[in-house]
Design a protein around this ligand. Structure first.
Ligand SMILES: [Zn+2]
Ligand SMILES: [Zn+2]
Length: 278
């Protein structure tokens, strides 16, 4: 068992997760987690199978608060959401939120998923980005930057999510200077918000990524700028609560990070705590 013992990014059957919230908490407790943050996909007016139904938002809040009470003094539980840029929910109803961009809005008001069907994304690139994958990536990083600067979330979710479909579509070279610079510029602009940069291992757990988001070159610069990181499993299934954590720890240690941040094990001392990675 590693040192992280927490995830501030988990999904349940309130959105597109496979495990009910109560079961997720009991598994985390059994694994020795010191804290757990629920972050269903916040309500939105489109793609309903993916997010909390707007009419169930109150039920979600109540259930997570009940679980928080149930585990009081044993494991610190927090009420959060993963809030997409195009969500209609109010983040102030939650203890914290993760800012994520999962869609592009098309001129006709419909949306295309960034980490969804690759053919749909390819169509978007062809029709709206002149077939230029780098233009799509630039648009994505600008959306994340503006969203984070405007809303000041606790956590920047899976910062380079565009990698998800690039592994299939090969829209641009992830090692090219032009791609790296656009990602770095966006990240640099967000550093002043003091948001935590998420090291997201969800893709490793689900078997479609071989490394966490974000890429190593981004984590390296983030550290040089004095940024803080949080490791999250973004799990949709309780069996993956700490999937990929060992790899994330190794990457962070190799870059010279000696600590990371997690949801506090003692809510009376604050919402977040640093812990030693060594
Ligand atoms: Zn997400
Ligand atoms: Zn998520």
């Amino acid at each position: 068992m590693g040192k992280i013992l927490s995830s501030a990014h988990v999904h349940t059957t309130f959105c597109d997760g496979k495990t009910p919230a109560g079961e997720m908490a009991s598994k985390a407790y059994e694994m020795g987690f010191v804290s757990l943050g629920f972050t269903s996909h916040a309500a939105q007016t489109f793609d309903p199978g993916y997010c909390i139904e707007p009419l169930r938002e109150k039920d979600y809040i109540k259930e997570i608060l009940d679980i928080k009470n149930e585990y009081k003094g044993r494991m610190a539980v927090y009420l959060g959401i993963e809030r997409d840029l195009y969500s209609c929910s109010d983040p102030s109803d939650y203890e914290y939120f993760i800012a994520s961009v999962h869609y592009f809005e098309k001129p006709d008001g419909t949306y295309v998923g960034i980490d969804a069907d690759s053919l749909e994304l390819q169509k978007y690139v062809n029709e709206y980005c002149g077939g230029d994958g780098l233009e799509m990536a630039k648009r994505y990083f600008s959306l994340v930057r503006d969203y984070v600067i405007e809303t000041k979330p606790a956590i920047i979710g899976h910062f380079d999510l565009v990698r998800y479909n690039n592994t299939k579509l090969k829209l641009y070279d992830e090692d090219s200077a032009i791609y790296r610079n656009m990602a770095l510029e966006s990240l640099r602009a967000m550093a002043e918000t003091n948001a935590l940069l998420e090291v997201n291992t969800g893709g490793i757990g689900r078997g479609y990524m071989t490394s966490p988001y974000p890429a190593v070159f981004l984590l390296k610069e983030w550290k040089a700028w004095g940024g803080e990181v949080i490791v999250n499993s973004d799990c949709h299934n309780a069996s993956l609560l700490d999937a990929g954590y060992k790899q994330a720890e190794e990457i962070l240690l190799s870059l010279g990070y000696d600590h990371a941040v997690r949801l506090s094990s003692d809510p009376e001392k604050g919402m977040w705590e640093r812990f030693c990675l060594k």
